[in-house]
Design a protein around this ligand. Structure first.
Ligand code: ADP
Ligand code: MG
Length: 380
């Protein structure tokens, strides 16, 4: 009798140096006139991933996606999909489909006809087309809506029709440009989960473009953060949030308190940063790749700082400030604290107790403390 392994196999191929990527983007640049919309991007994406390209408006996300689909030609660099160089392969011959931001449904066709459109053009037998349309309608939970026209559907339903249509030809790679952009916040959150479920059911590789960091965090296996045509960081959502590699990423994803300082102690097991704005020397409990007396930045997330009335014991870092503002958000409260240096710091606290009479209030003088591993040292 064979025993089940105690630990499931790691399903993250990007952590396995021997795994073969499904999509390889090699040093790709795209220039429009002399402006680089995408600049020397290299990226490897694995089969079954839901990879998010995240960046502000104009950062080059759609241009990169359009090059994968074959609608734009790279100025330099190569793209490989499923082991094949795509340079000479036209869009319709690629194992790829794209779902557009606008959904681009045909208004005069009903839902079934919209989904079947691409299949009919492929000369697939009509019984098979009908069967596949029914499967897709069930997949996106629209079995009752096959005969409706797009204008008779809600925004969320139209989004699902567009998804079903994009999946009809069973692409190996589906590209989605802001797939939830037209939906309101509540519906977006529900649809995010549906999208992940559908992607996992089919095992199709998805590349999703979004400017919404929360969306990327909840959807993605990994995120590629884009800034001005370049990839700023690639990583799992937790890597990007907890270990940002630069001030840009730390500020772009979530919020961060940033302190500028100079390294005064540089040891293999810790460093010390002198930062007048922090009001204390910052102790970091690990070595950092930096030069002596290097100027750098230290970033800490608002939930990693503890606020107390009394001076805490046994904590690596303590500074003082005055509570300037409190925003009550129900589940958490956001404290704005002004340090003695004048620097404003954002601290969040989970409201685990109802009507907490002991809660810290406005104009109170407080201690701010954090552990030696609570922040990120940034040299870029
Ligand atoms: P994003 O999708 O991240 O918002 P885009 O990829 O659409 O960004 O655009 C990146 C940059 O390239 C922008 O500055 C945009 O104006 C420019 N750009 C995109 N497409 C074209 C085009 N066809 N001609 C000229 N400039 C373009
Ligand atoms: Mg775009």
């Amino acid at each position: 009798m064979s025993k089940q392994p105690l630990i499931a196999a790691d399903t993250r191929p990007w952590r396995d140096p021997a795994a073969k990527p499904f999509v390889r983007i090699n040093n790709v640049t795209k220039k429009f006139a002399d402006v680089a919309a995408v600049s020397d991007v290299s990226l490897e994406i694995y089969q079954g991933e839901l990879f998010c390209l995240l960046g502000g408006s104009g950062s080059g996300k759609s241009t990169l996606l359009r090059m994968l689909a074959g609608f734009e030609t790279p100025t330099a660099g190569t793209i490989e999909i499923d082991g094949q160089d795509m340079t000479a392969v036209p869009p319709y011959s690629r194992p790829v489909n794209m779902m557009f931001q606008s959904y681009a449904l045909f208004p005069h066709m009903n839902v079934e006809q919209n989904i079947a459109y691409g299949l009919k053009r492929e000369n697939i037998a009509s019984t098979e087309v009908g069967q596949r349309v029914n499967e897709l309608l069930a997949l996106v939970k629209l079995a009752e809506y096959g005969k409706r026209k797009p204008h008779q559907l809600s925004g969320g339903q139209r989004q699902r029709v567009a998804l079903a249509r994009a999946l009809a030809k069973r692409p190996k790679l589906l590209l989605l440009d802001e797939p939830l952009g037209a939906l309101d916040k509540k519906l977006r959150e529900e649809t995010q989960f549906e999208l992940v479920k559908i992607q996992e059911t089919l095992g199709v590789t998805f590349i999703v473009v979004t400017h919404d960091q929360e969306e990327a965090m909840s959807l993605a296996t990994r995120i590629g953060v884009m800034n001005q045509g370049e990839i700023a960081q690639i990583g799992e959502p937790t890597d990007i949030y907890e270990f940002p590699n630069s001030r840009f990423v730390a500020n772009f994803i979530g919020s961060a308190n940033m302190f500028e300082g100079v390294v005064t102690e540089d040891e293999s097991d810790h460093i010390m940063i002198d930062s007048p704005e922090a009001g204390c020397a910052i102790y970091v409990d690990h070595g950092v790749d930096c030069a002596p007396a290097q100027r750098l930045w230290w970033a800490i997330r608002p939930e990693k700082i503890l606020l107390t009335r009394d001076r805490p014991d046994g904590v690596a870092n303590i500074t003082r400030g005055l509570v300037d503002d409190i925003g009550y958000l129900g589940d958490t409260s956001v404290y704005q604290v002004v340090l003695d240096s004048g620097k404003k710091v954002r601290v969040t606290k989970a409201n685990t107790m109802r009507g907490d009479l002991e809660a810290i209030k406005w104009d109170e003088r407080v201690y701010l403390s954090w552990a030696g591993n609570a922040g990120s040292v940034l040299t870029a």
